[in-house]
Structures are given as C-alpha cells and as structure tokens.
Design a binder for this molecule. Structure first.
Ligand code: ARG
Ligand code: ZN
Length: 872
C-alpha cells in the first residue's frame, strides 16, 4: 500500500478535543477515548469517518452517549468506520483493550523493564485507540492515567499536571494531565512506573518558572545529572539563539531501556532510550556524554521545530527533523569546538548519508512515496535535511536567517506545515526567489562538482572552472544551487587581497551546470581552499597535487579544510597502494608533514589533532572507490598505512601521550577540552599499536587497568581488540565480569568484539547471541552486537563466503515478527551490496533474496529488501 505525496488531501474530519482514560494493567489495559469530532470544512461533506487502528480490540462504542447499532459502524483491528457519521459536531466514546506486556514492537503502549511507556511517532497512537492518526489532525488532550500504586508510583502525561489521588481500597491511584497546546497524536505520551527523579527549575525569558525533571531506573539518579544540566543549557541556548521559550509549567524526560530509536519529543514528556540519558565517568565515554547533550537538545528543540509547528504529512518529515538536527548541531558547536564538531558532522554524513544516497535505498530529502514511513527516518532526511538548512543560512546570511526563522515560527505556530511554508518565510524576509534552491529537497543523489584551477601570472588572476553533475537524480534534473565558501592560500598563508565581484562574504553561488569564476588581484600562484566548513553536501573532484593539500594543512585558516586536506592525502595514499599506483606524496612525506603539524599544533588543539591523526575509515575508502569493492584489500591498505605512520611517528606519539597524561587523582570532567586530550592520547595509542603490536598490547592493557574513566578504558580495549592473543581474551573476560550488571556498558563490550576484523568474528557473534546479557527483544543489545557487526565490520560482514550476510539475514528473520522496525533497520546494512566485487555481490544478493522469499515477512522488512533488490 504505497502512500504518495501527490495524493495528499485534508482530513474529512477533525478531532478538537481528546479525553483519554487509561487504566494500566500488565496484560489488560483499558483505554476509554472521548473524541470531540466535527466535519472538516476543508474536507468532503458527508464522507465516512474512518479511524485508524492497529491490532486493537474494541470493547464499547457510543456516539453522543448512545450506543451505536451494529449496522452503524464496522470494526476491525486496523480500522473503525462510521459509513454515515453525523454532519455536525459529535462525541465518540471508544473503549479498547490492550496488552502492553505482549507489545514487542515497542510502538504504542508497552512495558520496558516493568515501566509503562509509549512511542507514537510515526503511527503508534493507533495501537492505543482508534483515531485519525495523521499529523494534520491536531487536538487538545486531557489524559487520566490510573495504575496500581505499588507498581507505578509515578504517572506522567503530556502538558501540566492537574489532579492526582488514591482510589481508596483498591491499591490504585491516578493522575490527570492537561496539555493546552493542540498536537497531533504522534506527540502523545504517557509513562507509569517506579522511577527515581532528579529535578531543578528553570525560569524562562518571559518569566515562567518551569519544573524540570529527569526520571530514571531506581538507583540510577546520580547518572542523570548530566542530562538534566543539558536540558537547562538547551533551554537557555534556544532563548538566546532563536528567541524560543518553553511553554508549559513542567518539562519531563524519562529514560527507558527498551526503545526503538534515540528519543522522542512528546509534548512536555520526552521519552529517551536510556543510553542517551545515563552517564557516569565509570560507565560513559566522552562520545556518550556528547551524544547525550546533543539528543537532549534535539528533543527539547523539537518543542518549537516539530511541536509548535508540526508537519502536515509524513512526507514533510525533514521539516522538523532536518531543521532540528541543524539546531542541535549549532548548539553542540557552541558548547564545544566548532571546527571539531563540524568535522564530526561531516564524517557522519559521509559515513551514512553518502552511501545511502548512492545505493538502492536512495530517496529525496522529501520523499515522494513510501510503503512504510518508519523506514524513512534516515540519514538523508535527518542529516542531509540539516545540510539544506545550513546552506540556506550560508546563502542568505545569519541575520536574514534568524529573521526568517522568527517569521516561520510566527506564521506557522499551531499549524501543520510544509517545506513550502518554511521556504516561504525566508523568501518573504529576503525578497529572494528560493524555488531553485528548493530542488535540494526533491531528488536523490549526491551532486558532484569537478573543479580545476588556472593561475595567470601576467594578469594576476586565478580562475576556477566548475562543472556539476547529479548522479542518481534523473536525466531531467536541473542543476542545484551550491554555495561554495572559499579562499585562496599562498605558500606563506592566506592571500587576503584577492577578490571577485561574484564572491560575497566569502561565498560563491554555483548554480549552473558549468561556470568559470575569476578571482582578481592574486599576487602568487595560490592553492584554493574550497567548500570551507563543508559548505555544501557534495562530492568534490578537485584537480590538486598532494603537495598543495599539505600547504592547506599548514596554512588554511579554515579548520575543516585543514583536516580535509590531510584526509585526502591519506585516502590517496591508501587507494593508490591498493591499486598499485604511486602518489606524488609518499607515506614518508605524509608522515613528515603530520609530524610538523603535530609539533606546531597538537598541544594547542588536541581534539583537532586527534581528528587529523585518524585516517579515513574503511567505509570512507569504499565510498571513494565506489564500485567493485574488495573490503579485504581496503583493510590491508589502511592497516599498512597505520603501521607506516605509527613507525615513522613513534617518538612523537609517545611524547604526546606523556605530555597529555593526567596526573593520578585528577577528577574526571566530560568537557570538550578534557575529552580532546583523551582523544589525542588514544589516537596516538592506535598508531603506536599498529607499528608495534607487542608493545602496543602492553600499553593498551596497562591503560585498561589504570584508567579512571570509561573513555580510556574502552580505548585500551578497542586497541587490544585488534591484537589477537591471550591478553585480549583476558581483558574481555575481566571487563565482562566488572560490568556484569551494566547492560549499557556490556553493549560496548558486545560492539568491540563484533567489530574485530578477523575470520573468527562470525562465530564469536553467534556465540555472544547466546550470552545471558544478550536479548533479541532489546534494541540496544541487537544494535550493539549485530548492528556493529553489520555496519562497522566491513571485512567480516562482507566475507566472500557469505557467512557474514547469512548471520545478519538470520538475525533479521529471527527478529522480524517481534520487532519489525529494528529488523528493517538492521537490513539497511545491505544497502551498498551492488558496489561490491562480483563474488561478494552474489552472496549479498542471495541473502537478500532469501529474506524477501520468507513467508509472513513484515511490511518494514519487505520494503527494505524489495527496494534493496530494485524490485519496488
Ligand atoms: N522524532 C524522533 C526524533 O527525535 C524520532 C522518532 C522516530 N520513531 C520511529 N519509530 N520512527 O528524531
Ligand atoms: Zn528529531
């Protein structure tokens, strides 16, 4: 059942108010919904009322207090239909019955570790009651929640608490919540359970005192402090940066251990995967702290970009997700180092979105059709969606961008909007026509820009010849509008006198198939620094020598491009080696350049230096190569360069490790500067171990034992994981023992082992699937063990005998009935199968065919398997 954007029409009915009465019970939860329904003036008069359902059992139904005659309605688990509803406002009262304990899909109302919770986006509300479950139907909700007090002392809903009490003589109690802001059903939430609470208050810029609280599993309150602090910083930042204040008396965050995604922005009641809330120095890495900060901010920012202004339909998903990712990226950049954060964003985009955009699952940022919307919560919608917002800001400038955002919120507040509404606000603000820019939303594929530069010494000009192509976008696709932030660098530094009338505030707008940009007043032959800060999500083929790139590493004023220069040189070295081609800069010359870079900058900016020392990943290289991929050859080439760099830089790396080591007893701090020092020490360890496995193993093992925090302990274990032997296995065993009662920490242990690039890993993963701490019903466990194997172990997942594909296919099939969303997510690992060399390609294809041929497959997995094979 394909849904198409062009078929959108407004709902025939609206639901203005919802009164829900939810009586929680582990197996027999009763939900009574009183819906104030009326015909939509914008809908078709006299149309039937068709309420969505999913797996529902109806117990009772009445209209304006009268029970309905059997002939007046039709009911099935998937719909409740009134063929001839009244042509006036009326109240429909519906009672349904649910089994939250049996709900393994983790959509709708379910129990996680005994805690009742909900997940309604995209279409889970219809698993709670029959409803018009579409985002353009917005209602005011009042929710009464009732439960056994001993089992669920905490009862939370959307909005503000209005009433609570005991029901004498029953052991049960209740709470009533009212949310004054109209919202679509996907933002509904409730929670009931035994939870610890940490809280504080925040006063908004308009003077509202807000009670903030984070709820976690009993006994884990001390691990919630960082998340609570991140809530406060997010609130203050959104006021300062976008003028957005919070709009309820309470803001609650609840951490649960079984959750399909990262977190959910339900109005006033954000529900989180506990992985993105819980943190302590002993259990969380620096990366975990950064992710918690970013996701807390993301969900909070949705209160405006998503909730106050929501989406008309699910095709507009990027309207809230791309914009909110952009907002959380800006927040993190302000909290941390902007260059370092930007590099991280681009690494994620290239690792996840570029391959998606180049494979069979490619889709526009605003898709035009879908079979299963939950399969469109993708890197393209989120990350490329954020890049589009960033380009818009680059094109119109920061002031106009902020004014356009204000206008967008003002004009669309309380409505369900579209991408057009978003762009219209910026057009109105700037007087510009953004219709050509809008093309970014419409088609799949990563544009490619080929550039060559020519210096004319006589005329003192430098010209750039540019050409864009759009692989995957279709032959009728027009060129896209590409903002190129640029500058010129000479042998001793930036050429500040160079100028062009076509470059405004450092940005050239490239919006034709071909163009020539001429820059004047260029005193010496320059090296161009293009796409500064990664100003557009494109692939760039720049004809440039590696020696010129090393000039950029030395002298560019743009941090992103300094890093990018080193990455390009490293990638050329590795790809050159596996193709048997020589490069003008060899490994030794590259090592020498890194050495002088480290000498000059490592201690001044360790976080940045750590990124420069981290070579492009195997999947980065595969993406560069693009076809006939042999993951073993890539692995070998990368291993070889790590060994050479480690050997050439040994003294420097040891000196850095010493200079950066913390005196014993230094208290742990997750701040960016401390994290940066740890990152560089651990990047150095990685290269040291590549050059000297025996010494490296000893060093890693010592670090595991002496580490005062999870970042260093885990870095030691990751290094050791690449070095087969008894030391490694002993370290795995003692780590498992130490953290036997810490599922989130054991996830790291599962993941590290799943990523070992050795023949035995398939068997190891199968063995770990039997480990008592593993559970197929928990998404975090599955992602840690099987997800890491499928998405982060290129040599073993892509084994030429097909054993890696078989392992993942078996897991997908075992999981599909219980949790199709997670099964489908795992399957996306097959998304690049066509780019493999023929033997592996054949193996991947048969695994996909086996999945698709399995009877009773979910819509989620059928959709991914079908599209991966090019059959739908
Ligand atoms: N809106 C959530 C976010 O913050 C994602 C929820 C998606 N859930 C799902 N089952 N599709 O990004
Ligand atoms: Zn989101």
């Amino acid at each position: 059942p394909t849904v198409r954007l062009e078929d959108y029409r407004p709902s025939d009915h609206l639901i203005d108010r919802v009164e829900l009465d939810v009586r929680l019970d582990p197996h027999d939860t009763r939900v009574t919904a009183r819906l104030a329904v009326r015909p939509n003036p914008a809908g078709r008069p006299g149309a039937p009322l068709i309420l969505d359902g999913d797996d529902l059992r109806l117990l009772a139904l009445d209209l304006d207090g009268q029970s309905l005659a059997p002939a007046a309605f039709r009911v099935a688990p998937s719909a409740l239909t009134l063929p001839e509803p009244p042509q006036r406002p009326f109240t429909l009262t519906i009672e349904t019955r649910l089994d939250p304990t049996a709900n393994t899909k983790l959509m709708g109302l379910y129990r996680s570790n005994g805690v009742y919770c909900t997940q309604c986006e995209a279409d889970g509300f219809r698993r709670i009651t029959y409803f018009l479950d579409r985002p353009d139907v917005m209602s005011i909700y009042t929710t009464r929640i009732e439960a056994e007090e001993a089992a669920a002392p905490v009862l939370l809903g959307n909005g503000n608490p209005v009433e609570a009490g005991r029901i004498e003589g029953t052991g049960r109690h209740f709470a009533v919540w009212h949310d004054p802001h109209p919202k679509p059903a996907y933002l509904f939430a409730l929670v009931g359970g035994r939870l610890d609470r940490v809280s504080s208050t925040f006063t908004t810029m308009d003077g509202r005192a807000v009670e903030l609280a984070v709820y976690v599993e009993p006994g884990k309150g001390d691990r919630a402090a960082y998340a609570l602090d991140a809530v406060e910083r997010s609130m203050a930042w959104d006021e300062r940066t976008f003028g957005r204040a919070y709009d309820l008396d309470v803001f609650n965050v609840v951490a649960v251990s079984d959750f399909n995604m990262g977190a959910m922005e339900n109005k006033g009641l954000n529900i989180f995967n506990d992985k993105y809330v819980l943190a302590s120095p002993d259990t969380a890495t620096d990366a975990d702290y950064a992710a918690i900060e970013a996701i807390i901010a993301h969900e909070y920012f949705h209160n405006w970009s998503g909730n106050r202004v929501t989406c008309r339909d699910w095709f507009q998903l990027c309207l809230k997700e791309g914009l909110t990712v952009f907002r959380d990226q800006e927040f993190s950049s302000d909290m941390r180092s902007r260059d370092v954060h930007r590099i991280g964003e681009v690494r994620t985009l290239r690792a996840r979105q570029f391959p998606e955009d180049a494979g069979p699952l490619a889709h526009p940022v605003r898709p035009k059709r879908y079979a299963e919307i939950n399969n469109f919560y993708t890197a393209t919608v989120y990350e490329k969606g954020a890049e589009i917002v960033r380009m818009l800001r680059t094109l119109i400038g920061e002031r106009a961008f902020r004014a356009g955002m204000d206008r967008y919120f003002a004009e669309n507040d309380g409505t369900a909007a579209t991408v057009e509404d978003f762009l219209r606000a910026f057009e109105a603000e700037t007087g510009r026509d953004l219709s050509r820019f809008a093309e970014w939303y419409e088609r799949p594929g990563t544009p490619r820009v080929a550039i060559s530069g020519h210096y004319d010494a006589g005329a003192q000009t430098y010209s750039l010849e540019l050409r864009q192509t759009r692989p995957g976008a279709g032959s009728d696709a027009p060129p896209v509008v590409i903002p190129i932030r640029l500058g010129l660098i000479g042998q001793d530094g930036p050429l500040d006198d160079a100028r062009s009338s076509r470059v405004t505030d450092g940005v050239f707008v490239f919006d034709r198939w071909d163009d020539v940009l001429t820059i004047e007043n260029v005193a010496t032959a320059p090296v161009p620094s293009l796409f500064r800060g990664f100003s557009a999500p494109v692939r760039v083929d720049m004809a440039m020598d590696d020696t010129e790139r090393l000039t950029l590493l030395r002298h560019d004023t743009d941090g992103f491009n300094r890093w990018e220069a080193a990455q390009r040189v490293a990638a050329r070295l590795m790809i050159g080696a596996l193709r048997g081609e020589a490069t003008e800069v060899g490994a030794d010359a590259f090592a020498a350049a890194l050495d002088s870079f480290l000498d000059a900058r490592a201690l001044a900016d360790p976080a940045f230096a750590a990124l420069v020392l981290s070579l492009p990943s195997e999947s980065d290289l595969a993406d560069d190569i693009g076809s006939e991929i042999d993951p073993d050859a890539i692995h070998a080439a990368r291993y070889d360069l790590r060994t050479r760099l480690g050997t050439a830089l040994t003294d420097r790396l040891h000196a850095l490790r010493d200079a950066l080591s913390e005196p014993a007893g230094t208290p742990f701090s997750p701040d960016a500067a401390s994290a940066g020092r740890r990152a560089l020490r651990n990047a150095a360890l990685d290269l040291i171990a590549a050059a000297d496995p025996t010494g490296g193993a000893a060093c890693a093992d010592a670090q595991i034992h002496s580490a005062g925090n999870m970042t260093d302990r885990l870095a030691g274990l990751s290094t050791l994981a690449l070095l087969p032997g008894e030391t490694r296995e002993a370290a795995f065993a003692s780590f498992a023992e130490r953290y036997a009662d810490e599922p989130l920490v054991l996830d790291k242990w599962f993941a590290i082992q799943a990523m070992i690039p050795e023949d035995g890993t398939v068997e190891r993963v199968r063995r770990l699937q039997e480990h008592p701490a593993f559970a197929m019903t928990n998404p975090n466990r599955v992602r840690a063990l099987v997800g890491s194997f499928a998405l982060a172990n290129p040599t073993q997942f892509n084994r030429s005998d097909g054993a890696g594909f078989t392992l993942v296919a078996d897991t997908v099939l075992a999981l599909d009935r219980a949790n199709p969303q997670i099964a489908a997510r795992l399957m996306t690992a097959f998304g690049s199968w066509r780019r493999l060399e023929p033997v592996r390609r054949g193996m991947a294809e048969s695994a996909l065919r086996r999945i698709l041929a399995t009877p009773g497959l979910s819509r989620d997995v059928t959709d991914i398997a079908g599209r991966s094979l090019g059959e739908s």
